[in-house]
Ligand binder design. Structure first.
Ligand code: GDD
Ligand code: MG
Length: 364
């Protein structure tokens, strides 16, 4: 089978992390975000994966080459010279996606869930029409594409409204699709949106269906949602009894849902959790309290620091007795001084913070 992952966009909402790495390479649950998808596609029998990129393809190509062998898939980079939106990239990759009559998957690169790809393919085959999109229910549908159904049919879509201004429903496009190659005939090679142009056209012909997602789902393309998504992902692993979750009998684990890379070092009398991921080569001092946070590769938290709802960028350091909270994000190689307080600070790479950040702010 074939698939395309939409990897473009500049990931501006996930700054300052995306100043260092393209969004799909930022580690979620200690693995590059896009690897969660590559792994699920491979498990569903996909052998040809097209990565539609328009931003730093060289870094992506270098980082992902090794996974071709690991997952036994061909990864092809389809590079746009100008951003082609969410539909244009499908046309650009027509040679691969349209090489046979079999349907192909399309994935947004920033969504996290238990990708139900085999069930989706079976459902799509059973109704026999042009496209199927995965839908999930959310509280705040206005930031997403909303799906409205025909009253007389369990899955056929009646309307697709991208980022509705007025409430039309709470079942939203989860950013995972399976489409027949005939959809490519509907798309022109230009910047164009699958949500604004292609889906409404397929809906008009009564050929677009929805498939309900089970379990958790989150678009992790911005820091607040990245942290919420981490909580959902870790809870889901805990429920499944995954070995990636630290046993609650470990002395530092507090409240569960804690993932620690084996190379990380944790000091004495720490309280870590709930909902924390600790990446490779992280060093944590004594008496540290961490909850609802993500610590990326090589970061360091010194003695008695208190860290909540924070993403700590690669090789950053948090000083002794420092206190961070309220969706603070430290870019790469940031230093937070001893006893400093950071409230919702977004701190650009290589900065050294010596004064409190009392109210949420971007520190450049
Ligand atoms: N190759 C390429 N080129 N990819 C792009 C481009 C582009 O010009 N623009 C955006 N993308 C990729 C992004 O990297 C992301 O993986 C995906 O397309 C969707 O773009 P976002 O910018 O993340 O869109 P969104 O989150 O506001 O909305 C989309 O996702 C929601 C679910 O998370 C829409 O598909 C909504 O309908 C959906 O509900
Ligand atoms: Mg998104």
């Amino acid at each position: 089978m074939k698939a395309l992952i939409l990897v473009g966009g500049y990931g501006t909402r996930l700054r300052p992390l995306t100043l260092t790495l393209p969004k799909p390479l930022v580690e979620f649950g200690n693995r590059p975000m896009i690897l969660h998808q590559i792994e699920s596609l491979a498990a569903a029998g996909v052998t040809d994966i097209v990565l539609a990129v328009n931003y730093r393809p060289d870094i992506m190509a270098k980082a992902l080459k090794k996974y071709e062998e690991e997952y036994n898939v061909n990864i092809e980079f389809s590079v746009e010279t100008e951003p082609l939106g969410t539909a244009g990239p499908l046309k650009l990759a027509e040679k691969t996606l349209g090489k046979d009559d079999a349907p192909f998957f399309v994935l947004n690169s920033d969504v996290i869930c238990d990708y139900p790809l085999e069930e989706l393919a079976a459902f799509h085959k059973a109704h026999g029409e042009e496209g199927t999109i995965v839908v999930t229910k959310v509280e705040e549908p206005s930031k997403y594409g909303v799906v409205v159904h025909k009253p007389d049919h369990p899955s056929r879509i009646d309307r697709f409204v991208e980022k509705p201004v007025e409430f039309v429903g709470n079942r939203i496009n989860a950013g995972l699709y399976i489409l027949n190659p005939t959809v490519l005939n509907r798309i022109e090679l230009r910047p164009t949106s699958i949500e604004q142009e292609t889906f409404p056209a397929i809906v008009k012909d009564g050929q677009l269906h929805s498939f309900d997602l089970e379990g958790f789902w989150m678009d992790v393309g911005q820091p607040k949602d990245f942290l919420s998504g981490t909580c959902l992902y870790l809870s889901s692993l805990t429920k499944k009894g995954s070995k990636k979750i630290e046993a609650s009998s470990k002395p530092y684990v507090y409240g569960g849902n804690v993932m620690v890379d084996p190379s990380a070092k944790i000091g004495k009398n720490c309280r870590i959790g709930p909902n924390v991921t600790i990446g490779p080569n992280v060093i944590i001092g004594d008496g540290v309290r961490i909850q609802r946070s993500v610590l990326l590769d090589g970061s360091r938290v010194k003695d008695h620091a208190w860290v909540k709802s924070t993403i700590v960028g690669w090789r950053s350091t948090i000083g002794k007795w420092a206190r961070l909270e309220n969706v603070s994000v430290l870019g790469e190689d940031v230093t937070i001084g001893d006893e400093i307080y950071v409230n919702g600070g977004s701190i650009l790479p290589h900065k050294s913070i010596k004064q409190n950040v009392d109210v949420p702010a971007i520190i450049m």
